[in-house]
Design a protein around this ligand. Sequence first.
Ligand SMILES: [Zn+2]
Length: 415
Amino acid sequence: MVSKTNTLAALCIANMLTACVDIEPSVRPFTVEVLAFTGNDPTTGAGNYALRPVELPALLSVDPMYDSIFRFVEQPNIDLDALSKLADLDQVLTSVRSAATYVPRLRDLDGTLVPRDLMSLQTVSAYAAFRTAADAIPEVTGLPRSAIIPASGLQVWVKPVFTQGAATTRMETNAFYLPYTDSFGLLDSSSLERRPIGALGPVVTHEFGHHLFHRSFTQADGVCDEDAPGGNYPGRFASDRGIAGINEGFADWTAFVIAGATNSLIDAFEPEVGNPGERAIDVRFAYATKFTYQTLARCTGDYYCVGTLFARSLFEAFLARSGEPSDRQQRMAASRNVFAAMVAAPLHMRERTWPRPDKACAAELSTAVDDEVVSGFLGAFVAGLPASDRASVCERFIANFGDTGFKAEFRGACL
Ligand SMILES: [Zn+2]
């Protein structure tokens, strides 16, 4: 592939890029070796991984790397000040658009493209997971793909360079999603990682879950309007710490639905970095029972742990309805109900009058998890579920969040 793609690249330059489209299909579909998630270990619950060749039929080009949805962007320069303000995002997107499309370093071994360095392995593995997630959108959401994927596609920033004033920084570990820019990011691995976390399918699928959250709850909540009076203004809940936690839990749930993963991060970090498995959602493994809402301080993940309780509740309710975690169709059916409830939740939350928080529309999260907002969300979420799912979900919400995180006065839809 090296010599062939070099020839293609030369032709592309000679023909001002017009030749690429005509020539590349002759080498498609690409078969690429990726780090693949192979299932949850039945005794520990940890994720198993293996290097495997996979065919990537949607991938249009590897030199550079893009398909009809995803473009991998080579080290775009990102102004952190602009990134923090919704009004300045055009500047960020202009910078991303002008950056080159990333070219992974691959070697052709008997027809399989094998990554030659860690970032190349990370990008091709991430691509496989992103594409799997995008292809699953109708099953996951019940909506056509066009409702979730913007017409201009999604960008994946490979090793972005962040600037703030005169300072330049590269971040490490591991992958991220940026709402309102339709962009994901892949960062270098660091010495904290036992595995290249940004290459792991369940982690990438978790990031895609944030995009699904953005297109459901956040979109229904609205773009924040600080000039609107009172406490029920558009975007009221997006910067709330408890809702940020729910966003994380929904992302973990998405990794379960699409990838079948219940434990994305166990064993991924060195033990001193975090407690392995504390955010696992399958509580049939003993380590995943360390904290409750009342004892959140025992969890090192801050508001992420609120989300873990949410994802666990959905998972446990799925089991209680005799769901089989390895059955993709069952996972997808449960997912569509969850997604519809996420879309409806902000509307149900507004059925009551909310106090105005100290800083409306602040870019940073509120400083503490607000028990009322968490309770309000859970009650609103249940109200958006079909009647057949409510009893099982209510039972687990009450068990996991208790009287503090799911206050009795918010349980109307459970009755
Ligand atoms: Zn996340």
